[in-house]
Unconditional design. Structure first.
Length: 264
């Protein structure tokens, strides 16, 4: 079932759904780029791995039926491990893996462009969230690497390379946006506003001087991710999305959902 919306689906922004969508978009974007890149370039996925102290995962009790036995007490094993000393420690948070894309020049294995689909963690204050991401922004700029940032999240602190106050006079109000930092023009950025009612655009991904930018159509990637992830089953259109919509946006969204038979 395709998404009912012409562009970004605001119900996909929730913390329960967006991480899977984020990972899927990276995979499909890599495939699309490798089909479109000129000879001598290739796109590869990479992962940041870090510990998020603010997002400790607890066991999902919904995965246990009433007939399942309770978790085993670790102390019960002490008698079986004779001669060893039991040591209790604090629970270690699960590591977070955050995928992104890199485009390399085949000749010298040089990183040319980095492509980020911003995650919920990227826009959350804290050393393992927004601060860490912005440090990476600075490293890429200093290293002469183009940076393409795709923000499909309305919630969180503005995080892309150009401050929101500087973007607004140039591109107007936006719900989502794309920001491109061109390595050889460090004081100039390119941005594209995306409204909730808009289809996602086709963007141009910069490569080396003298090499035309490669197009990357975002809407087909989102449509494919929605279908393959069965997102229609993962979201509840009868409940308001998070973050909430404005009254005008809510009326627009509910009209679409009713026309598609997803609301009474």
């Amino acid at each position: 079932m395709p998404s009912p919306f012409p562009g970004m689906d605001p119900w996909l922004e929730s913390g329960d759904v967006f991480p899977d969508l984020h990972a899927t978009l990276i995979v499909y974007a890599r495939e699309a780029l490798n089909l479109a890149l000129p000879p001598g370039y290739y796109a590869a996925a990479a992962n940041r791995v870090w510990i998020d102290d603010e997002a400790r995962r607890e066991p999902d009790v919904s995965l246990l039926s009433r007939d399942d036995p309770p978790p085993v007490d670790d102390d019960a094993h002490e008698s079986e491990l004779e001669g060893m000393v039991a040591v209790a420690t604090e629970r270690v948070p699960d590591p977070v893996e955050e995928p992104y894309l890199e485009i390399y020049s085949h000749v010298d294995k040089r990183l040319v462009t980095a492509i980020e689909v911003l995650s919920l963690a990227n826009k959350r204050p804290g050393k393992n969230g927004r601060v860490s991401y912005q440090q990476k922004q600075g490293e890429l700029r200093a290293g002469g690497v183009h940076l393409v940032e795709i923000d499909l999240l309305r919630a969180g602190t503005h995080t892309t390379a150009v401050p929101r106050a500087q973007l607004l006079p140039h591109i107007g109000p936006f719900d989502y946006h794309v920001c491109v930092t061109v390595a050889d023009v460090p004081t100039r950025f390119f941005a594209r506003a995306i409204r909730l009612t808009d289809p996602l655009p086709t963007i141009r991904v910069p490569l080396d001087d003298g090499v035309p930018p490669v197009p990357l159509a975002l809407q087909p990637l989102l449509d494919r991710a929605y279908d393959s992830g069965r997102c229609s089953l993962a979201v509840d259109y009868a409940r308001p999305p998070e973050p909430p919509l404005s009254p005008e946006q809510r009326a627009w969204a509910e009209g679409i959902l009713r026309a598609k038979g997803l609301l009474p």
